[in-house]
Design a protein around this ligand. Structure first.
Ligand code: NAD
Length: 470
């Protein structure tokens, strides 16, 4: 009897085709997951259409209580979900647990959020106000680096605002999402949520379907372009959270002893597979060797291994394609610069990449131009600050960036010259559910989290009433 099934309405649905999900630390099969086709998408849409009229008119308090109950449900089974997440995603167990805790915090933030009415004019003669109406059926498409947090960034505001949701996890990390999907379906009215796992076959059908009002997509910039095109025929509402190539700018007054460990953590977290990880570091001449030595020492001390082992700091990268791509990028770095690598397990199985610092590499190298999405960090030397800023800002990406200095005011002034959706000062990768997150340029369109993230799931409607009789 297959264990993992699609979530369609309240039903657990099996499929003819099933797909092996591998543990990236061992390459052993964790389990098999269903592969949804267009017929399953149609069934999920039919269930959502049945649910939508009552759900979209339910009270805000009802929806808030249900969102809280999802958080309660995840918390009640956090240990088994964390173990499942580690086995399919690869991240250390403590970080899988943290991802689930953050998911609950996101749910709880949205469960207390409001949908205020905005009044433009209110007098004896008229009342003109704007309300936020749900859009309808929303597709939530998610990548494999943070399968649950990134889904909750979409699911919580979509439910709060009265939309139905069809979620699609990445093909290499569907299992925890299916488990949580069944939990959600057991709590919500039938049809409000469906979860369709696929083998990368369903994206175009979802994003072009006329019954989908909005696509909330997190993934690579290349796929984001396809989603943009695919939604054009029906002018779909889109939120695109795409790739990043975040620069960190070290100023000449930075204290390397405090900065180096933070740079290392914000570059290597989740084995570098974070959209807003630090992906290139600009360092003044005088600090270049000092930072390089400190980062290389941290790379050497890092323990890479199976995420199920409590001693592991960094798990494997998540899938074979990413592993091969990173090996190619490192080979390119070796011909164009110097690679200072830590240690990875010698095991013939598992997608392990040692944390690596790349120095003396030119700006036109692949590791600088492309998003590496792995534990490989290039250090780029600069002499003049203006030149460093120009080089930082010349990327097609503009997700996050950071400036590091012992003078906060100076750093904040310089931060405002960086072109990105978020710029941090003396920190990086700091997110909070109440603070909107968005990409500039080809890192995205629209925002997630905060009020802006709620508005993305609504149609603003102006209600214009004459109070002088009809
Ligand atoms: P990806 O673009 O390959 O896949 C993302 C999702 O899109 C998967 O579920 C995939 O099955 C689906 N998909 C594939 N083809 C599709 C199509 N034609 N139409 C619709 N959906 C389709 O990305 P990935 O490799 O899984 O994830 C890594 C990328 O995600 C990185 O670039 C990373 O920076 C980005 N990311 C961005 C954010 C952010 O908030 N900006 C957060 C996390 C990850």
């Amino acid at each position: 009897m297959p264990h993992f099934k699609l979530v369609i309405g309240r039903e657990a649905v099996d499929t003819e085709t099933r797909m092996a999900v591998l543990n990236p630390a061992t390459e052993a099969v964790v389990d098999f997951c269903p592969v949804a086709g267009v017929e399953h998408l149609e069934a999920a849409l039919a269930a959502a259409k049945r649910a939508l009229p009552a759900w979209s008119r339910s009270s805000l308090d009802t929806r808030r209580a249900l969102i809280r109950s999802i958080a309660d449900g995840i918390e009640a089974r956090i240990e088994s979900l964390a173990a499942l997440l580690t086995s399919e995603q690869g991240k250390p167990l403590a970080q899988a647990r943290l991802e689930l805790q953050k998911s609950c915090a996101i749910l709880r933030y949205f469960a207390q959020a409001d949908l205020p009415i905005r009044t433009f004019r209110h007098s004896e003669v008229e009342r003109i106000y704007e309300r936020r109406a749900p859009l309808g059926i929303v597709a939530a498409i998610v990548p494999w680096n943070f399968p649950i947090v990134l889904l909750m960034n979409k699911l919580a505001p979509a439910l709060l605002t009265g939309n139905c949701i069809i979620a699609k996890p990445a093909p290499t990390t569907p299992l925890t999402t299916l488990e949580i999907g069944h939990l959600c379906a057991s709590l919500l009215p039938a049809g409000v949520i469906s979860v369709l796992s696929d083998s990368n076959n369903l994206g175009a059908s979802l994003t072009s379907h006329p019954d989908i009002a909005k696509v909330s997509f997190t993934g690579s910039t290349d796929t984001g372009r396809k989603v943009f095109q695919s939604g054009a025929a029906t002018l779909k509402r889109l939120t695109l959270e795409l790739g990043g190539n975040d620069p960190a700018l070290i100023l000449d007054d930075a204290n390397l002893d405090t900065v180096a460990p933070q740079i290392f953590r914000c570059a290597m977290a989740n084995s570098g597979q974070v959209c807003m990880a630090i992906k290139r570091v600009y360092v003044p001449d005088a600090l270049y060797d000092g930072l390089s030595d400190r980062l290389a020492a941290l790379a050497t001390a890092a323990v890479v291994g199976d995420g199920a082992d409590p001693n592991t700091h960094f798990g494997p990268v998540q899938n074979a394609a990413q592993y091969e791509r990173l090996k190619g990028l490192i080979a390119d770095c070796e011909t164009r610069g110097t690679v200072l690598s830590g240690k990875a397990p010698a095991s013939p199985r598992g997608y392990f990449i040692a944390p690596s610092i790349v120095r003396d590499i030119p700006d036109d190298a692949r590791i600088v131009q492309e998003e590496q999405f792995g534990p490989v960090l290039p250090l780029l030397r600069y002499t003049h600050l203006d030149d460093a800023l120009t080089r930082m800002n010349s990327s097609i990406f503009g997700l996050g960036a950071s400036v590091w200095s012992s003078n906060v005011n100076r750093a904040t002034d310089i931060a405002e010259r960086v072109s990105s959706g978020t710029v941090w000062v003396n920190r990086h990768m700091s997110v909070d559910p109440s603070v909107p997150f968005r990409g500039a340029r080809q890192s995205g369109i629209g925002a997630e989290l905060g009020d802006a993230g709620i508005h993305e799931f609504t149609q603003a409607q102006v209600v214009n009433v004459s109070l002088q009789g009809g």
